[in-house]
Design a protein around this ligand. Structure first.
Ligand code: KG4
Ligand code: ZN
Length: 336
């Protein structure tokens, strides 16, 4: 079976083809990605209308590139999958529109996929795929969640952010320091030259006794600290970046360990853009190794949004017996 996946929820256009053979883990045949980051950088964030227009420009050339690389033809496709949400409505509609048009033209079923399920299952594309059950930390620009995952579609939410996501905390703090969009990787880079203990920043909800997160207060604390530094801010930026990163990472780490303890599971999966953070990976690896817990990550280039995770999630759902609707080509998106 060949599943084509299309991702267009935010500022990356991703297209991918995965192949399944019987019950084996689906295999990535090819994927192509175009990031709009450079285009949005001038505005300090994603401009939804520009995002939609660029998805329209990119999606068909990327699709052609995928078939070229995979040595396959459009007629080989058995199911077309796309990101149904959450995301920007106009951006989602581009992927949904193309997927539905292809489905109608090929007379093949079309399956809408939850963007977070894509992130969640992206480690199955790595050379060291996890096995169910596991605890998952989903950390992206829009979400921060801890989940117990027992199988495809068997996801129990253990805790989540009550305000900003971890990626948002990185991005908003980075913006306050004058770093480009999206600030997470820039802040992480700057932090390499800084002292993580230079500034005392809050660790919200660290001792709340549950698995929820809160990051909105951190951004305010970073702003207060930046104002206090005044003329010295420029020279102290690496220290402020390192201290900010340390605060975010400590909360993610402690809550993850609490989730592992609570569930008694010995496998842990990290997915989503913030999962690319090196310090987070180092600390999780060390802490999990001490507890005999195995940690799985997506490959670095598949941490942020991409089409491969959408095709993979669709293929795994189909293998688990989910039916993709046929003959029904409504543009169905769920921005929230
Ligand atoms: O998963 P993703 O591509 O998009 C959403 O679904 O939100 O995640 C993007 C987020 C951004 O907030 C970005 O700053 C953050 O992931 N990010 C990082 C790193 N790389 C990406 N944050 C911290 N350190 C990184 N190395
Ligand atoms: Zn994402």
């Amino acid at each position: 079976m060949h599943v084509l996946g299309i991702e267009s929820s935010c500022d990356e256009t991703g297209v991918a083809l995965v192949e399944t053979v019987d019950d084996g883990l689906p295999r990535l045949a090819a994927h192509a990605l175009h990031s709009q980051i450079a285009m949005h950088q001038a505005y300090g964030g994603v401009v939804p209308e520009l995002a939609s227009r660029d998805h329209i420009r990119r999606v068909l050339p990327l699709t052609e590139a995928v078939f070229e690389e995979a040595g396959r033809r459009l007629s080989d496709v058995d199911v077309v999958a796309y990101t149904r949400g959450p995301g920007l409505a106009g951006a989602l509609l581009v992927g949904a529109g193309v997927a539905c048009a292809l489905g109608a033209a090929l007379d093949k079923p079309v399956l809408g996929v939850h963007h977070l399920e894509g992130h969640l299952l992206s480690p199955f594309l790595s050379a060291d795929p996890p096995e169910f059950p596991f605890v998952a930390l989903l950390v992206s620009g829009g979400h921060t969640q801890l989940m117990r995952v027992d199988g495809i579609g068997r996801y129990a939410l253990l805790g989540e952010t009550i305000d900003d996501a971890a990626g948002e905390a990185f991005d908003k703090s980075a913006k306050l320091m004058g770093l480009p969009y999206p600030g997470g990787p820039w802040l992480a880079k700057l932090a390499e030259q800084g002292d993580a203990e230079a500034f005392k920043l809050p660790r919200p909800l660290l001792h709340s006794g549950n698995l929820d997160f809160s990051f909105a207060g951190l951004k305010t604390a970073v702003l207060t600290q930046a104002k206090k530094l005044g003329d010295q801010l420029e020279a102290r930026k690496p220290d402020l970046a390192a201290s900010t990163q340390a605060a975010i990472v400590e909360v993610l780490l402690k809550k993850s360990l609490a989730a592992i303890e609570q569930t008694g599971l010995d496998r842990f999966v990290v997915a989503g853009g913030v999962g690319a953070n090196r310090v987070l990976r180092q600390q999780l690896d060390a802490a999990c190794a001490r507890r005999g817990v195995r940690v799985h990550y997506p490959e670095l280039h598949l941490c942020t949004d991409n089409g491969a995770m959408i095709a993979m999630a669709a293929a795994m759902r189909l293998q688990a017996g989910v039916q993709a609707p046929t003959g029904h080509y409504a543009f169905d998106v769920r921005p929230r």
